[in-house]
Design a protein around this ligand. Structure first.
Ligand SMILES: Cc1cc2nc3c(=O)[nH]c(=O)nc-3n(C[C@H](O)[C@H](O)[C@H](O)COP(=O)(O)O)c2cc1C
Length: 184
């Protein structure tokens, strides 16, 4: 049994789950909830797919279409919160991040790795969220120019483990990800 008081191990476990989310589409970490603040100050949450996770860089990555509302929100307020619940591990992961929007030449390599069949997620006409006259009155061409990578530079992680005794810790960029226990 590992030491429950080991902050470093707790953080490592969370990053292992994030890494699994990137590589394993059956992992619950594959589909975080991604929340932004819109121009009215209203929180907006939606499901996304986790496309990258790096503990050393303290980043996670998400792909999106430049014409989605989340991009408009992020251009105004470049902050996001991500949430993941891992039922088997009894672990909740909450992340706060400063979001960098990459497009154009900066996403060439990432675009090259997007499977042909998935490229239609980037380019819906009319743009996502536009009112339409019929349920299927839209097209899904793939448009390289509409592909964006959201690099989420983490500033804060909050982990809650529902064990026999609950554990909660916060880790911040400012404290060099050392972390500290808080009451759950
Ligand atoms: C399982 C699932 C995975 C999704 N993955 C993504 C994704 O990786 N990127 C994305 O922009 N939208 C993704 N979506 C769609 C979003 O949830 C959302 O409907 C869309 O991006 C428009 O959101 P917005 O108008 O708030 O920007 C996914 C939806 C589901 C149900």
């Amino acid at each position: 049994m590992s030491d429950p008081n080991d902050l470093r191990a707790f953080l490592k476990e969370a990053w292992q789950h994030l890494g699994r989310g990137v590589t394993d589409s059956r992992s619950p970490a594959r589909y975080p909830t991604f929340a932004t603040t819109d121009s009215n100050g209203t929180p907006q949450a939606r499901t996304v797919a986790l496309r990258g996770a790096s503990q050393s860089g303290a980043t996670v990555e998400v792909h999106t279409d430049t014409q989605t509302d989340k991009i408009a929100s992020l251009r105004q307020t470049p902050l996001a919160a991500l949430h993941i619940w891992l039922p088997k591990a009894d672990l909740q992961i909450r992340l706060t991040a400063e979001v960098e929007i990459l497009t154009g030449d900066a996403v060439e390599d990432a675009w090259a790795k997007v499977p042909e069949g998935s490229r239609v997620s980037y380019g819906t006409e009319p743009a996502p969220g536009t009112p339409i006259d019929h349920v299927y009155a839209y097209e899904k061409p793939s448009k390289r120019s509409r592909f964006a990578v959201l690099v989420c530079h983490l500033t804060h992680m909050d982990l809650v483990h529902l064990g026999e005794r609950h554990r909660r810790a916060v880790f911040t960029k400012d404290d060099g990800w050392q972390g500290s226990w808080v009451a759950p």
